[in-house]
Design a protein around this ligand. Sequence first.
Ligand code: PEP
Length: 248
Amino acid sequence: MRKKIIAGNWKMNKTPAETVALINELKPLVVTEDADVIFCVPAISLTTALEAAKGTNIEIGAQNMYFEESGAFTGEIAPNMLTSIGIKYVIIGHSERREYFAESDVTVNKKVLKAFEHGITPIICCGESLTQREQGITIDWIRQQIKIAFLSVTADQAKTAVIAYEPIWAIGTGKVATTEQAEEVCKAIRECIAEIYDEATAAAIRIQYGGSVTAASAAELFSQADIDGGLVGGASLKADFGKIVNYK
Ligand code: PEP
């Protein structure tokens, strides 16, 4: 039985002081034993967020990480910088990183491998554009993203990974994929993992849906057979996130 995992992607929002205030507001609302709850906050607030979330069920995650150990990579964050402060999750390959910061399937794979090397759980994002969906190539596209993201990843590592299926046309648009659309792709992702590895790995890996999830849509989405929770942007910055986490 897979435990649900519900992560908030705060994106480029909240100063460190505002982060503390929001965590204090949300912490009584996101109490649950049924799901892992992760707040992925801006890098500058990771330490403050860890402190604010101490003693709660909230885990703090990063939104990005570089695939080298250290050196002349101005502006980047090394994996051991995350582990040294106690970060256990990192979002990799969000569509905004792919679109605005030229991340590719190849760099996603490098980051995934590096995260595993350091014992950090990657939340690996994939998703199709509206054009790709209209062209009928959604599943082919997602399978390619998954196959490249998992190159050289072992089955034991893959079992612990989190995949976030996020149709790009649904991110920040208020347009949620239908339950059928979301389940169809999440099921196809699980089948792809079974093909790459085996049934046991496919049964263990957790797959989230992301894209304009709200308190109103969470229950139906998260009760699908292949959807193990969500990656939530806008609604993770509001009290609504408590309702999403406690969607049942
Ligand atoms: C996201 O940023 O991963 C996301 C799903 O955003 P939103 O929920 O705002 O669509």
